[in-house]
Design a binder for this molecule. Structure first.
Ligand code: SF4
Ligand code: SF4
Length: 674
């Protein structure tokens, strides 16, 4: 088909495209490799299968609320796959006349049909996305508009040049039509125009070159743009976090010289890969409670600004030049951003390419707290209270079990063979509202004949807030003391009343064990095998085994507020609902918030923000309370002491103290036979 000179020109185009493509890819790979180590190489087969099914079947984009956008992305994704395959065919056709990859029968016919179908669907998809981005202009799409415009134009040009080529190819060689319905129709128009065979042959050749140059231009452009996510996104999904979502990584304090993240090279290679995988879809921003309440934080902008910083400082990063590299907190992020995150996980949950925002934000907090000694002023007393009395309230540690007065609760020291340890936690021990929940739980345990004990004065703060506020050193001290006590009493089962404590004990303490030199291997094995149960799961168990009996069902309009650390981070969604169904029988009107279950909206207390001042924008708890109140509930049910406090405050602010906020345990004490 091509003359020898044209073939040389084609080879030059291929080589130039390869250089334009691989040079920026190489730079990005070198930047990523400059990051700190991160173990993400386990279970490679499962990782591959997971990534393949997520990407190939587009579960990544179809998984969340933007149904139409997801569908359009599916059109473009499969269209791109078809066009990529066609490009291979098109290039080889330049060297081998009449080459056709799939033959003249079977899949060859189907492929010719599919590629015409996707030519239409891709144009529909591009039209939809361009309308959304440039006419509707949602805030989530505010970045990289020129980049998007260039890519939309290149895809449109590639599709139109394909149709130009296909129609003249069919007009020139009618046998190549196969099942190409669109190309066949366009070529019939060419036939009707009575063009001479020589002119058709000329257009056939020109259109071949036009399509080839447009497609190779597109390939060369992609790694220079945000559309590099086409490659980095699937790789990122492959290296996704396959551990518990709520577990944050630990610092190896013993062997580290730098604590937390101050410069880009302090991030792990996976954090740096995240920055290049971002689609800039803004789903995380739309889901973020901090962004929704006018705080400085947008999880999308965290990733976007990190990528710009990496590219701006690529030389220093690749050379690992700590002296020449600017600090992230002076060039890239602000204190208002990093201290606004509630670690609710909504961003991680909706991200189509599994980007992990929370470890980055907490890593930056660690850098600020441990390296710079910079943090919100109100945390001074918080850290001091935890250091001296092992609880954030600062009440003497000796008073930790005062709430049990008159209940006949034993400590493990008094009853070491107890089947269950009731991990009380700081909120249940010291906060007045939390103490009421703890007392309700004890009454239920006693009514059901549960053999349990508490640690009493020996229990320390679990360290959830301390860790998320960046004080990893203090967290590990608390964890070490708690783990030593658990090992000493050979605890096998723990019931936890607070989702934050549940997450820390279940997901974070086991991961910390290899870093604790003071525990022997036998203790570590025992600690690894402890069963941690949230009280909602345990109450469900007591009901289903008949150990709690219904006295009278409750009634009214009831709505559940799902705690982020139960529903999203730990997928405990069914247990609270099952309990309420049983307790309400047929006398309750169930209400479900728009943001519920794994899509719940944070109460504002997570990430240690229970202990900081919320000065920007609307208070998060108020926004959540308003959402719940819009359903006109009489009772709001939660299963977290922090959520209960935040929602009670929200109701006060809204002058709606007629609405009750109850923990599941409190509700059950009203309806079961005690
Ligand atoms: S964890 Fe929650 S608050 Fe933090 S950035 Fe993500 S969505 Fe926003
Ligand atoms: S981080 Fe994920 S959800 Fe957020 S903009 Fe990037 S790709 Fe979208």
């Amino acid at each position: 088909m091509l003359t020898p000179l044209e073939k040389i020109f084609l080879v030059i185009i291929i080589l130039a495209t390869a250089v334009a493509f691989f040079l920026p890819v190489l730079v990005k790979i070198r930047i990523i490799l400059a990051g700190q180590p991160k173990a993400r190489f386990s279970s490679l087969g499962r990782r591959f299968l997971d990534a393949f099914t997520k990407v190939f079947f587009q579960r990544c984009t179809l998984k969340n609320e933007r149904v139409w956008t997801g569908l359009m992305h599916v059109f473009i994704f499969y269209g791109a796959l078809s066009f990529d395959t066609f490009t291979l065919n098109h290039t080889l056709e330049g060297f081998i006349p009449n080459f056709y990859l799939f033959g003249q029968t079977g899949f060859g016919l189907v492929f010719s049909f599919l590629i015409d179908l996707f030519a239409i669907l891709v144009m529909v998809g591009i039209g939809f996305l361009a309308f959304r981005r440039f006419v509707i202009r949602p805030p989530a799409y505010e970045t990289s508009r020129l980049d998007s415009a260039i890519i939309y134009l290149l895809i449109t040009a590639a599709t139109l040049s394909f149709l130009y080529f296909e129609s003249f190819a069919i007009a020139h060689h009618p046998a190549t039509q196969r099942w190409a319905f669109l190309g066949g129709w366009l070529s019939s128009l060419i036939q009707k125009a009575n063009l001479s065979p020589a002119l058709i042959a000329q257009h056939f050749k020109i259109s071949w070159w036009v399509h080839l140059i447009v497609v190779y231009g597109f390939i060369a452009y992609v790694p220079h743009s945000k559309y590099f996510h086409m490659f980095a996104g699937p790789v990122n999904v492959f290296f996704r976090n396959d551990q518990a979502m709520g577990a944050l990584p630990h610092l190896d304090i013993e062997h580290s010289e730098v604590f937390g993240v101050s410069q880009a090279i302090d991030f792990t290679w996976k954090d740096l890969l995240d920055a290049f995988a971002c689609v800039e879809c803004g789903r995380c921003q739309d889901a973020c409670p901090a962004y929704a309440t006018e705080k400085a934080l947008s999880p999308k902008m965290i990733i976007y600004n990190l990528r710009r910083h990496l590219l701006r400082n690529k030389k220093e990063i690749i050379q690992h030049s700590r002296e020449a590299l600017p600090s992230l907190m002076t060039e890239c992020f602000t204190a208002d951003e990093i201290w606004s995150c509630t670690t609710c996980g909504a961003c991680l949950h909706v991200c189509p390419v599994e980007i992990e925002h929370i470890p980055k934000l907490v890593g930056l907090r660690q850098g600020e707290v441990l390296m710079e000694g910079r943090f919100p002023a109100e945390l001074n007393s918080f850290f001091r209270n935890v250091e001296t009395n092992s609880n954030p309230w600062g009440i003497g540690f000796a008073d930790r079990a005062n709430w049990t007065e008159g209940l006949g609760v034993k400590t493990l020291a008094e009853h070491p063979e107890a089947e269950y340890l009731f991990w009380v936690g700081c909120a249940f021990s010291f906060d007045e509202a939390g103490q009421k929940i703890a007392r309700s739980l004890v009454k239920l345990f006693q009514a059901a004949g549960v053999d349990f004990a508490i640690l009493g004065q020996e229990e320390k703060c679990c360290g959830d807030s301390v860790k998320r506020l960046g004080n990893e050193y203090l967290y590990q001290l608390l964890a070490q003391e708690n783990l030593t006590n658990l090992a000493r009493y050979k605890v096998k089962k723990i019931i936890v009343g607070c989702p934050h404590g549940y997450n820390t004990l279940k997901n974070e303490y086991p991961q910390l064990l290899p870093l604790l030199p003071d525990l022997n291997e036998e203790d570590k094995k025992l600690l690894q095998s402890i069963e941690v149960i949230h009280h909602s799961q345990f109450l469900e168990y007591l009901i289903t085994t008949g150990r709690l009996k219904l006295k009278k069902p409750f009634s009214g309009r009831v709505i559940i507020h799902d705690s982020c650390y139960l529903s999203r981070h730990n997928q405990i969604i069914a247990s609270p609902r099952q309990i309420l169904k049983w307790a309400g029988q047929n006398q309750v009107t169930w209400l479900e918030a728009e943001n519920s279950r794994e899509h719940t909206f944070c109460c504002g207390a997570g990430g240690g923000l229970m202990w900081t001042e919320e000065t920007q924008g609307t208070r998060i708890n108020r926004q959540r309370t308003r959402e719940l109140l819009s359903h006109q509930p009489e009772i709001i049910i939660s299963a977290c002491p922090f959520c209960q406090t935040m929602l009670s405050d929200g109701l006060k602010d809204e002058n709606r103290e007629d609405v009750r906020v109850l923990d599941l345990a409190q509700l059950l004490t009203e309806v079961v036979a005690i």
